[in-house]
Design a protein around this ligand. Structure first.
Ligand SMILES: N[C@@H](CCC(=O)N[C@@H](CS)C(=O)NCC(=O)O)C(=O)O
Length: 226
């Protein structure tokens, strides 16, 4: 279903297409059906306007229309879903478990993922050893997905959208290796996500924003997520 674009002022998201943190923020906005002005950036040339409101210089950054700034991806997802959550991603029954999984993703899995991806910069262990360290988390996810279609049940929760971009990145270090690992349910879950209409929308390409550009509205249209 298509709705007319809302009138200004809009919230504004600084984003980078390939960043997994920015992907989860965009997924949160899409599932929440919250439209924002999107400013695509490059990490090499961060806009001064972004650094002014968020000097730590990471994406995503959400500047609300009241000028409040949210500069952590997790908080952006939660903020968006607190505005509106038609698919109940913030299900109170699973929220505690979701937070534990997201913590594990952000504080443990991400560490091994970086080393697996950039093994040539971290010579203490081999790439295979880094991958095996990361697989400890994949095994947790596989066990959950053996029981259910999504991580915490038969419906998508915030855990799925928060973690999926990182599993995607892990898989894409070497797709042949990933799809030959003994995690059929995780592979099924990831493939489902890569084909999901909202994920395809999240990966829309935009030119980096420059002062004076026309406003880019994201999502350009809202569709049923089913
Ligand atoms: N804790 C932050 C981490 C965000 C983050 O590290 N983003 C990366 C890109 S994926 C970044 O902006 N890095 C800054 C840089 O490389 O200059 C969040 O969850 O939003």
């Amino acid at each position: 279903m298509t709705f007319p674009t809302s009138s200004l002022p809009m919230h504004r998201l600084y984003s980078f297409r390939r960043c997994p943190y920015a992907m989860r923020a965009r997924l949160g906005l899409l599932f929440a059906e919250v439209q924002v002005e999107l400013r695509e950036i490059t990490l090499k040339h961060k806009p001064a306007q972004m650094l002014e409101i968020s000097p730590k210089g990471t994406v995503p950054v959400l500047q609300l229309s009241n000028d409040a700034v949210i500069e952590e991806s997790r908080e952006i997802m939660v903020w968006a879903l607190e505005q509106q959550d038609p698919q109940k991603l913030l299900d109170t029954k699973t929220l505690h478990e979701a937070n534990i999984l997201i913590d594990k993703n952000d504080h443990e899995f991400k560490y091994w993922l970086n080393r697996y991806k950039y093994a040539d910069r971290h010579l203490e262990m081999t790439q295979t050893e880094y991958r095996q360290q990361g697989e400890a988390f994949l095994q947790v996810l596989e066990a959950l997905l053996t029981k259910n279609a999504y991580l915490l049940g038969s419906h998508i929760t915030i855990a799925d959208i928060a973690i999926m971009p990182f599993v995607r990145q892990f898989a894409h270090v070497d797709r042949d290796v990933f799809y030959n690992l003994p995690y059929p349910n995780l592979q099924r879950w990831l493939t489902g996500w890569l084909e999901h209409p909202l994920f395809l929308q999240v990966m829309t390409k935009f030119e980096p924003w420059q002062e004076g550009d026309e406003v880019v509205v994201f999502p350009a249209y809202l569709m049923d997520a089913d």
